[in-house]
Design a protein around this ligand. Structure first.
Ligand SMILES: [Fe+2]
Length: 400
């Protein structure tokens, strides 16, 4: 049912945009020949991008996961970016049309209310002024087009390394200096290839971490991509080990395949359980909890047998479990899932994103009583394969 809804919506968006483009062309050009040629060009471009998207989806569920750079950048990736871009365009034009309609009704009602003589007067709008207004309307397409292309090229390719020194009130001296690198939401798939994960691995190793925490969503929409993902992650070289929890996409796509893949790379998967780790001759605990969407998180079980005064780190894919973790005196919770909103639009200097309406824990560091939460913005994508003002992130936390 969900897929039928999504496919119907995407098809309607494409039809809407084709007719919108036709309407702009029809208003701008007088020559019939140019109009016909423009209709043809627009139809070919939108057709090409949609064909590319269909091929991408088909390939992502096939066994052939490899594609050349030319095929990827010239064909597959533009189709994915277009789907995201077209949704932005759709909402912008829909909003504009609704605002214009609202303005017309508002003016009509005001005139009626104030008993002003409402007389339909025909205003002679010059051809050049009409074209100018149409041009202004069409120019609304520029921000999403430029933003999507920039987000798909520049902003998605450069990692940001967030180094955080977190000061705890009661940190045992022997744990001071412990370095934890966190990677999250890799979303390996048709739009996030092994090359990108290898880059993240190389950067993470260069940070020389003691522990590496992986906080879920290793694949996007096909379990097969766990293989290239694992090939890259197996090159991680922390001093003490790699610990992980499972994300909602992993459970949704193919939980068993993901778990087997992680195990094969000697990555410790913590499923409602914890592990004692020794550092500088001192024991502390790292725990991992199930994702609440497609599995059953059990915090009591996850923290079972951990001595009360021990230092505890919890890996929880979704930050929503932080409030419960804080009550259980977990010292540090590491999460992902939000992608930092993935697309943040600056409004009055504030980065506005859709996730901020769902959770207060969008990205970064949070403190509640004596318990910390860090939400990593992730590496890959959900939905459109681009990021805007939320670059892919690698976190390095040092306990002080
Ligand atoms: Fe995710």
């Amino acid at each position: 049912m969900f897929y039928i809804f999504i496919i119907t919506f995407l098809v309607l968006v494409q039809i809407y945009l084709i007719f919108k483009s036709y309407s702009f062309i029809s208003d701008f050009f007088n020559s019939k020949k140019i109009k016909k040629l423009s209709y043809l060009i627009i139809t070919i471009i939108i057709g090409y991008l949609n064909f590319s998207f269909i091929v991408s989806i088909t390939i992502s569920h096939s066994n052939n996961l490899k594609s050349s750079d030319l095929f990827y950048y010239g064909f597959l990736y533009p189709g994915g970016v277009w789907q995201g871009m077209s949704i932005l365009l759709f909402f912008i034009f829909l909003l504009k049309d609704k605002l214009v309609l609202f303005y017309k009704y508002f003016m009509y009602i005001m005139k009626k209310l104030y008993r002003l003589k409402y007389k339909e007067t025909k205003v002679n709008v010059s051809e050049s002024r009409r074209k100018f207004l149409k041009g202004l309307s069409a120019s609304l397409a520029l921000p999403p087009i430029i933003g999507s292309v920039y987000g798909a090229t520049m902003q998605s390719s450069n990692f940001v390394i967030n180094k955080k020194r977190i000061k705890f009130c009661f940190l045992p001296d022997k744990l001071k200096g412990l370095k934890i690198a966190q990677l999250s939401d890799i979303h390996a798939g048709i739009y996030l290839r092994k090359k990108k994960i290898l880059e993240a691995v190389e950067i993470t190793n260069s940070l020389n971490p003691d522990i590496i925490a992986l906080t879920g969503d290793y694949v996007s929409n096909s379990g097969r991509y766990i293989y290239p993902c694992i090939e890259a992650l197996s090159l991680l070289r922390p001093k003490l080990g790699i610990y992980s929890c499972i994300g909602n996409h992993d459970n949704w796509v193919n939980r068993d395949l993901i778990i087997d893949g992680l195990k094969s790379a000697e990555i410790k998967i913590l499923i409602n359980e914890n592990q004692k780790i020794e550092y500088n001759g001192y024991d502390f605990y790292i725990a991992g909890i199930e994702d609440p969407w497609y599995a059953k998180p059990d915090l009591k079980k996850t923290l079972k047998y951990i001595p009360e005064d021990s230092f505890k780190i919890l890996l929880s894919h979704q930050p929503i479990l932080f409030d419960d973790a804080e009550k259980e005196k977990v010292n540090l919770t590491l999460s992902g899932h939000t992608h930092g909103g993935q697309i943040a639009i600056p409004v009055l200097g504030m980065p506005l994103n859709i996730v901020m309406f769902v959770t207060p824990y969008v990205s970064g560091l949070f403190l509640k009583n004596e318990s910390y939460l860090y939400v990593n913005s992730g590496i890959g994508f959900t939905g459109p394969p681009f990021r805007m003002n939320v670059p892919p992130e690698i976190t390095l936390i040092t306990l002080v």
